[in-house]
Design a protein around this ligand. Structure first.
Ligand code: AMP
Ligand code: MN
Ligand code: MN
Ligand code: MN
Length: 278
């Protein structure tokens, strides 16, 4: 019998809505056999998740989603199977998280200049871990305050590059992120490649080549950010570039995002799943 994998999810330790244990219990109740908790730039939920997974009888892959600057865009690299206690990895994540608070202040100022006052204070009311503030918390505030109806809307109108609530920020480099992940014994997965604003096929080829040259191991093919056609496209690109493939719902909470935990179709044919390495 084949196992059901979901290798990308978030808890209240970053910008998810459920506690680490509740994410695990929900995954188990929905038939997930192998779950990765991959909070943004943060691994503090893994101990609780591991314990809950033991109780629920499912496998928990220790993970993390790292924020990375590549050329002039932000990309996300999912680490799977990492040892969270690895000193260089933990210090690297700490350095990524450090910039987030100052960035949040600047997002608040930029929204104020666009006519939305007190957004920083508003976003802080939605923060669930003092260690991590993200654009998602601003998004939840902006929806709550009636500036947009849903997540997609908020990001399109306020929080994406070129919009009033967006500020530039430098995250880790790709080389740093992959070095930390490999040093901690993990594999490096390019998250939701379909989301990045690169210049067409050529831009995507450059990104994938850059990711491979930096030591990247796999790319996400199945994701809530991908259409069925994109899943096929990225499966093909994975084969061409010699990557394994991963699958993850990128679950943030009930009713948020298009996929619930474990809601993933089978992988397209002819690819090597990242879990074949375990
Ligand atoms: P940050 O890491 O603070 O820049 O926040 C990024 C987070 O915002 C992502 O992990 C998603 O949870 C959320 N996000 C980004 N773009 C969108 C979008 N277009 N629709 C919904 N959520 C988004
Ligand atoms: Mn997120
Ligand atoms: Mn992401
Ligand atoms: Mn994610």
């Amino acid at each position: 019998m084949s196992l059901r994998y979901d290798l990308h999810s978030h808890s209240t330790r970053s910008d998810g809505l459920l506690s680490p244990a509740d994410v695990v219990r929900r995954a188990a109740s929905r038939g997930v056999d192998v779950l990765a908790l991959t909070d943004h730039d943060e691994t503090s939920g893994l101990a609780e998740a591991t314990e809950a997974a033991r109780e629920a009888g499912i496998a928990l892959v220790p993970g993390c989603e790292l924020s990375v600057s590549w050329q002039d865009i932000t990309i996300h690299v999912v680490a799977l199977g990492v040892a969270p206690g690895d000193a260089a990895f933990a210090a690297g994540l700490g350095s990524i998280r450090e910039g987030r608070s100052a960035r949040a202040r600047r997002i608040g100022e930029s929204l104020a200049a666009a006519g939305i006052p007190d957004a920083y204070e508003g976003a802080m009311r939605f923060v669930t871990s003092e260690r991590l503030v993200s654009r998602t918390h601003f998004a939840r505030f902006l929806i709550d305050a009636g500036h947009a109806r849903e997540m997609k809307d908020v990001f399109r109108r306020y929080l994406s590059p070129g919009k009033p609530g967006h500020v530039d920020h430098r995250w880790a480099t790709l080389q740093q992120a992959i070095g930390w992940i490999h040093g901690a014994g993990g594999v490096a997965v390019l998250a939701h490649p379909g989301r990045y604003k690169v210049a067409g096929e050529r831009g995507m080829r450059q990104l994938l080549a850059g990711f491979r040259d930096a030591g990247g191991d796999a790319i996400e093919v199945l994701s809530s950010s991908h259409s069925p056609a994109q899943a096929v496209r990225f499966a093909t690109l994975a084969r061409v570039h010699g990557f394994s493939v991963s699958a993850g719902s990128d679950f943030h909470g009930p009713g948020e995002g298009s996929l619930d935990l474990g809601d993933l179709p089978p992988l397209p044919a002819g690819v090597e799943p990242v879990w074949a390495r375990w």
